[in-house]
Design a protein around this ligand. Structure first.
Ligand code: DOR
Ligand code: ZN
Length: 474
């Protein structure tokens, strides 16, 4: 009989579909067996999980770790330490670093920095106006997906024209990778902001006024039309409004391969945040009025929104707290607080634990080609596991977070439900609420295990390359 490396004994094992008392045996980074404690093989180490719940580690499809370029805000080491403490075992990291991840050279710089990671990771390549000829090399170099900034945000990467987007979608569709969209319409926002500034507005709510929901809804629907035409797979980042849900539902009904995420701040905060935490709340897209929050919850529960990600976007307090809202950097930390915040909602009865697992682990694994290697607890899967105490209460405090830029709009919030141990491929990266420092460097890129077979080709006779290749009529 095998000797397992570790047995996690007598917890409540939770997947997106089931929940039962049992034990998990781990060997060579993978789950070897799941069942009754008596049925487990002998193990070098046993973790008693009695009274605790055992979940697939969260997969956060949206984090900004700032390295290279803005390492005073975050690094791969600190960002993934935050992930480990937050029960997150895989992250997908965004390209608005310096340099932006738009060429193979920039990707290689990032891959080098990521060698300090505590958790597994995918890296987003940039889809921008100027780098269409670099998309192939980025795919060959191992990006897990692409990110297209339709609206500008931190890093000020210019939004590509619709023409460049279409051509980028054509090229990426041929390889099957998913394209994530920061879906906000740049031209509406720019106009509104200039008008508000000319009018003298610099209060926090001016930020919300500059980005009305139509900004997001227009961009979702435009991206969906391009995806439908090209067959590209797309992912709508940080859905913030009820207004986006119409175009999202329509696209899904038309058969577009479109997934969507929302974030804890859109589900838990509303317009009062602009008074409560002032300029700290500045984030793109903005936290909106309560009516939007209500519609987002319904969409989380009915499956219109597929997953919960965090848009972990660290900045220093000095960069966040400004009297003039237009001078405050956008975004705040999230990767370490998502799980306690959302488990608190589970405790309050707003979502089942199985649905939570689906939204934070199974669905992102499926969308980005990692399932069933990740996102599920079953024999053969990577032993990416978080052991949580659903009864444990905790007070969120920025100063305890691992991030460098550690502001949070959830400061002093009492949460119920806390990750206690986190394992990435069978290795503890957090144990008994302590970061395992020595696990820096354990994280691996997910590229090798990712499966994104290209979808059926669409409208190939109309692609830019087909048209140029055909030349003028004889
Ligand atoms: O508020 C935001 N901050 N939204 C984004 O899309 C980017 C992020 C950042 O990188 O700071
Ligand atoms: Zn983001």
């Amino acid at each position: 009989m095998f000797t397992a490396d570790l047995v996690i004994k007598d917890g409540v094992i939770v997947t997106d579909r089931t929940e039962f008392k049992g034990s998990i045996a781990i060997k060579d980074e993978r789950i070897l067996a799941i069942g009754e404690a008596e049925a487990m093989p002998p193990a070098k180490e046993v973790l008693d999980a009695a009274g605790l719940h055992v979940l697939p580690g969260a997969i956060d499809a949206h984090v900004h770790f700032r390295e290279p370029g803005y390492t005073h805000k975050e690094t791969w080491k600190t960002g993934t330490a935050s992930a480990a403490m937050g029960g997150v075992t895989t992250v997908f990291e965004m390209p608005n670093t310096k340099p932006p991840t738009g060429t193979l050279e920039a990707l290689n710089l990032k891959l080098e920095a990521a060698k300090k990671a505590h958790v597994d990771y995918g890296i987003y390549g940039l889809l921008g106006e100027e780098n269409l000829d670099h998309l192939e090399e980025l795919m060959d170099g191992g990006v897990a997906a692409f990110k297209c900034f339709m609206g500008n945000t931190f890093g000020n990467l210019p939004a590509p024209s619709t023409g460049a987007m279409l051509e980028g979608f054509e090229r990426i569709a041929a390889r099957g990778l998913r394209i994530a969209l920061h879906a906000e319409n740049a031209s509406i926002m720019k106009r509104r902001q200039l008008q508000l500034q000319a009018f003298g507005r610099k209060d926090p709510l001016a930020h919300l006024a500059a980005r009305p929901p139509v900004v997001a809804a227009e961009a979702v629907s435009r991206a969906a039309i391009l995806a439908e035409w090209t067959g590209a797979r797309i992912h709508i980042l940080h859905v913030s409004s009820g207004t986006e849900l119409g175009p999202l539902r329509d696209a899904k009904a038309r058969g577009v391969d479109i997934t969507a995420e929302t974030c804890p701040h859109y589900l838990l905060l509303d317009e009062n945040a602009y008074t409560d935490v002032a300029s700290l709340i500045r984030v793109n897209p903005p936290v909106r009025e309560k009516a939007h929050q209500t519609m987002l919850w319904a969409a989380v529960l009915d499956g219109t929104i597929d997953m919960i990600a965090t848009d972990h976007a660290p900045h220093l307090a000095a960069e966040k707290f400004k009297d003039d809202i237009w001078c405050a950097d956008c975004g705040f930390t999230g990767v370490e607080t998502q799980m306690p915040l959302m488990l608190t909602q589970v405790a309050a009865g707003r979502m089942s634990l199985q649905h939570y697992v689906k939204m934070t682990a199974t669905a992102p694994a499926q969308a980005f080609g990692l399932y069933p290697r990740k996102g599920i607890l079953q024999p053969g899967a990577d032993a990416d596991i978080v052991v949580v105490d659903l009864k444990r209460e905790h007070v969120i405090q920025a100063e305890q977070l691992q991030s460098i830029g550690r502001c949070t709009p959830f400061e002093d919030m009492v949460v119920r439900g806390l990750p206690i141990h986190t394992l990435v491929r069978g290795r503890f990266v957090m144990k008994d609420r302590e970061l395992v420092e020595a696990s820096s460097g354990h994280g691996r890129p997910v590229g090798r295990i990712q499966q994104m077979p290209p979808p059926a080709p669409k409208n190939l006779e109309h692609t830019t390359s087909a048209i140029l290749h055909a030349g003028p009529p004889a």
